[in-house]
Ligand binder design. Structure first.
Ligand code: ADP
Ligand code: MG
Length: 601
């Protein structure tokens, strides 16, 4: 056997462990959730590996998690028959951090300044075991390594050791033994552990077995009572002058025998294969938080079972807030977990399963029509995947549409603030769903900004308020609400009773130009030349006269400004302002020019 070797943690791990211990003290029971979820991940991995390499299952067929505790030794043990770790993996996995969940935790610490209620809901990973353990031992055996290894570390230390394990072989998997701190001794108790498993790990889809006692009822003869009964029967017989006494029927009693055994603690039937009527809103929310390490409830969910040419089921969610790190989210969002016949395949197929603009939607999808050894290549080619994707997009949009029509509108407001941008990108990129997506758009307008609560308006609401005979939807694009509101072009329209949408997001103009029309109404930029309002004939005549009167002024201005302007005309678009600079009908608007300049096109 090799000698024991000592290693230093990566500096970031030291910092993380300090943070965990300092901030999670009152939530220290989360350690169990973290270790169970690691065991479940390891089981997912071995099940997936066994699809193409069935030999990895040899010698240990059952995929399960076993938890036990020993009051005398003060230990809690969590063992899985999962993928295990080779020496190399052990060294890098339990010595560094490379997880998005941890980054999220660190961000949260900065933002909330340590709100314990929220922090307790973060997945902080393996190191949370040090919340309750002053010493940790990890024994592990991987099919990729001929030897079994043991990793050991003490709480508060900057180093850990690795050596070959001499205990009997695990065959495959990992056993984590926690030597529990004295002040956490109450956790070394099957009743306590059972409660924690039910609270935190109810959606784990592998059996979790707890070694625990159960009191089995047993009928035995109650010697005492039987004796008393016999005595009184004898006495009675004597009184009656009988010589012989007959033995009485024995009196029975129930005793409880404590029997220790591995007992199943969870239902382990995936929530998405259950019937929606058997799943409560609380369960959907819990599943979301446990599965995606989220700490706020989702604001919407949809659970579906598609039958017919293809069969698949799933649950999709709209999260309660945007991810902390938008950039990170774009790179690898791990938003959709793909299962094939309940076997977890991967959560890194996002682009194949959802268009980029919907990557904020989280969920699980389980298909029985895909091969278990599905790869990225297969996903890209597969007709089934294209059909699934189409359904997921449709269901996502419908879910958002339902949210938008929910009473009160608060949730949709939250949604729009977090993900409105994504919907706009969808209008631009997803031609097939453009119409449905356009119903979800919200803008400020000359109408909404006059209202006290500054509510945004949908295009449908705009249309419902349109003047009789109005043929277009008017908008003003600018970089702020103030500028849009006080633009000279807007004045006249408002004065004439038209509503003007204020497009203040850089992307809005691209949305309008891609959309072109909403229903029968053209989206019309009020800052462009040639804006025609539905004026009366009288107005038109008057306009002609005015143009004649001002001919000299117009000529003079064109002559003096020369090349600086394309042309000078008399306009009927202003009321209080004497003049305005406009862009030609076919040119970039002033706002677009500003955006282009800022992006250095
Ligand atoms: P995360 O689970 O988010 O990756 P953790 O800190 O919980 O982060 O775990 C770190 C890594 O250690 C895991 O990614 C995994 O590679 C490894 N690991 C932890 N527990 C186990 C286990 N029971 N079996 C196999 N590998 C494990
Ligand atoms: Mg983990």
């Amino acid at each position: 056997t090799q000698a024991e070797e000592t290693f230093q943690y990566q500096a970031e791990v030291d910092r993380l462990m300090d943070m965990i211990v300092n901030s999670l003290y009152s939530n220290r029971e989360v350690f169990l959730r973290e270790l169970i979820s690691n065991a479940s991940d390891a089981l997912d991995k071995v099940r997936f590996t066994s699809v193409t390499a069935p030999e990895v299952m040899k010698g240990r067929e059952e995929l399960e998690i076993r938890i036990s505790c020993d009051k005398e030794k003060g230990t809690i043990t969590i063992e899985d028959s999962g993928i295990g770790m080779s020496r190399e993996q052990l060294l890098s996995n339990l010595g560094t951090i490379a997880r998005s969940g941890t980054r999220k935790f660190m961000e949260m610490m900065k933002e909330s300044k340590g709100d314990n209620n929220l922090i307790g809901q973060f997945g902080v990973g393996f190191y949370s075991a040090f919340l309750v353990a002053d010493r940790l031992r990890v024994q592990t055996k991987s099919h990729e390594d001929t030897k079994q290894w043991v990793w050991e570390a003490k709480a508060g230390s900057h180093e850990f050791t690795i050596k070959e394990d001499t205990e009997p072989s695990l065959i495959r998997g990992t056993r984590v033994t926690m030597f529990v701190k004295e002040d956490a001794a109450e956790l070394v108790d099957p009743v306590m552990l059972s409660r924690l498993i039910k609270q935190y790990s109810q959606f784990i889809s592998f059996p979790i077995k707890l070694f625990s006692p159960k009191k089995d009822p047993k009928k035995v003869v109650d010697e005492e009572a039987t004796k008393r009964k016999q005595e009184s029967a004898d006495m009675k017989a004597k009184e009656e002058g009988k010589e012989e006494t007959t033995p009485v029927e024995p009196v029975m009693k129930t005793v409880y025998e404590e029997k220790w055994d591995w007992r199943l603690e969870n239902e382990n039937k995936p929530i998405w294969v259950r019937s929606p009527k058997d799943v409560s809103d609380e369960m959907y929310n819990e599943f979301f938080k446990q599965t995606f390490s989220e700490f706020l409830d989702p604001i919407a969910h949809v659970h579906f079972n598609v039958e017919g040419t293809i069969e698949f089921s799933g649950i999709l969610y709209v999260p309660g807030m945007a991810p902390f790190d938008q950039q990170q989210q774009q790179l690898k969002s791990k938003s959709i977990k793909l299962y094939v016949k309940r076997v977890f395949i991967s959560d890194e197929f996002d682009d194949n399963l959802m268009p980029r603009y919907l990557n904020f939607i989280k969920g699980v999808v389980d298909s029985s029509d895909l091969p278990l050894n599905v790869s990225r290549e297969i996903l890209q080619e597969s007709k089934i995947v294209r059909m699934i994707r189409k359904q997921l997009v449709k269901r996502s949009i419908d879910m958002i549409d339902d949210l938008s029509s929910k009473e009160g509108g608060e949730d949709y407001k939250t949604f729009w603030e977090s993900f409105g941008r994504n919907i706009k990108i969808g209008v631009i990129e997803d031609q097939e769903n453009r119409e449905k997506l356009s119903k979800l758009l919200r803008f400020f307008s000359s109408n909404s900004t006059q209202q006290a609560d500054g509510q945004m308006t949908s295009l449908d609401q705009y249309v419902s308020r349109m003047k009789a005979g109005q043929k277009a939807i008017y908008y003003m694009a600018s970089d702020s609400l103030e500028v849009a509101q006080s633009a000279p072009f807007v004045e006249k329209l408002i004065k004439k009773g038209y509503e003007v949408l204020y497009m203040t997001d850089a992307i809005d103009e691209a949305v309008a130009t891609n959309l072109l029309k909403y229903g029968d109404f053209e989206l019309t930029d009020v800052s462009k030349e040639g804006l025609k309002l539905e004026d009366s004939e009288e107005d038109a005549k008057k306009q002609e006269e005015v143009a004649k009167d001002f001919k000299q002024v117009v000529d003079f201005l064109k002559k003096s400004l020369g090349e600086k302007v394309e042309k000078v005309t008399v306009s009927d678009r202003l009321t209080d302002s004497p003049c305005a600079l406009v862009t030609s009908k076919f040119g970039w608007s002033a706002n677009m020019e500003r955006i282009m300049k800022s992006q250095a096109f």
